[in-house]
Design a protein around this ligand. Sequence first.
Ligand code: GLN
Length: 567
Amino acid sequence: MTAPASETPLLFVTGGVVSSLGKGISAASLAAILEARGLSVTMMKLDPYLNVDPGTMSPFQHGEVYVTDDGAETDLDLGHYERFVNTRLSGLNSITTGKIYEAVIRKERHGDYLGGTVQVIPHVTDQIKRCIDAATRGYDVGIVEIGGTVGDIESLPFLEAIRQLRIERGPGRAMFMHLTLVPFIKAAGELKTKPTQHSVKELRGIGIQPDVLMCRSEHPLPEGERRKIALFTNVPEKAVISAIDLDNIHKIPRWLHAQGLDQLVVEQLGLGGKARQVDLSEWDAVVDAAEHPQDEVTIAVVGKYVDHKDAYKSVGEALKHGGLRQRTRVNLKWLEAENIERDGAAALLTGVDGVLVPGGFGDRGFDGKVLTSKYARETGLPYFGICYGMQAAVVDMARHVVGLMDANSTENDRGTAHPVIGLITEWRTQTGEIEQRSEGSDLGGTMRLGLQEQRIKPGTLAHRLYGKDVVGERHRHRYEFNNRYRVQMEEAGLVISAKSMDDLLVEMIELPQDAHPWFLACQAHPEFLSTPRSGHPLFIGFIRAARERKAGKSSLPETRTHESLRI
Ligand code: GLN
């Protein structure tokens, strides 16, 4: 028996004409306005590809893999959602065709369909509807984004499922918003509405009549065009919303509210009794801080997918959030780690105010990351290492301070004489410690994923920034600091500033403040918990250190360079 369907009102977001119209950000901005009207909002993404999740997809193709508290590896749109609304999401909120088919086939093998012929309609569509129900239950409203573009073969089962949901629930409990492009043709000096008309026609061909159209264009939609689109698409004029290219995504909630989008949704979904007057003051403050900076810094990000910045989406956003909290514009300089190997760190990092080495996999460019850490450590440049960036810093210190020149992560050199970073299973036999780890920890070569708590050492930079003894951060990695090297590394000056709650895994490292103004690295991914409204303490601290560096207030203390900590 399946539970009865929840009655959470739903808004479905589809896209037409071309991809990359910013469906995720538009949906998230609408969610932000509804939240600013006092409603509890959740969001979900239905992705039509066959991968079960994006965890195994190349960042070149798919951008960043976004990790939720429960350790689900999800689409980067979930990052937009969590940055725009306060609701914390989980694996339930990210569904793919692969995940749906996996569940359906499992049931078929289990005999759950009682010998019936298993078909796209109703079995696949029912499974989609169950997933939507499970993710949105208990909220005032659920916003469900369908990935891809109308007309794609693979999105058809999702569109069919939402068509059915609308019939089952009625127009007062489910509505459709369609995002299209209204291109500006320079030669004619006109906005063209035909692609939008065609896209809606296509949607209607599969039984979906949009209630709201969001028209992306370079210029605001003139009244004549709005009327024409309304007439041809059967959408009320006031529900044809103009979505122009804004220079700052945080302006979108205010822009959409000004056109009455949230009111349309509140009225159609019968949320009037719960919704209050909108309060967008937090978003106004975010925009104001971005538009009136009092300072600016340049931060280098040294990675291996830098031509494809979506691969580091949350890192870029979190750096900017860190700046917003102190009215500082953060200019990002994306650097290829391999270029550091080729040209040297000094050539590429001179003039920046801080450097961040983000997460990554594989050996390409790893030595460039190690050299980045060395350069920052020796010159007093603020260094922020995240995940692979922490592992690079550990390898740097092992090689260049302790003198273990062939130190490495076993990810890059399985036979290294000094595996300062390795799989737990590779070094546990030497310490015996790991046997004590509590149930539920993943001990094998698989990922440590999701939110885990860690204990921060009082008196450290990390403790000062967080202002707490225990914090939770999201993880996504296989390799760990090798405890066999703890003592040696600590004697060389490394401070272990946080450990897992059972005291066995290194979570954060830093250099003492009298040796370096700001050198901190963490095994988890704090960028996933940064939001424009609050920022993240580590990013805020890092940007502050970059400002101080720029203002000349901090440089490497002369009396005690890190080199002098060598034992
Ligand atoms: N490749 C490293 C590991 O698996 C780091 C992963 C990451 O940076 N997310 O441990």
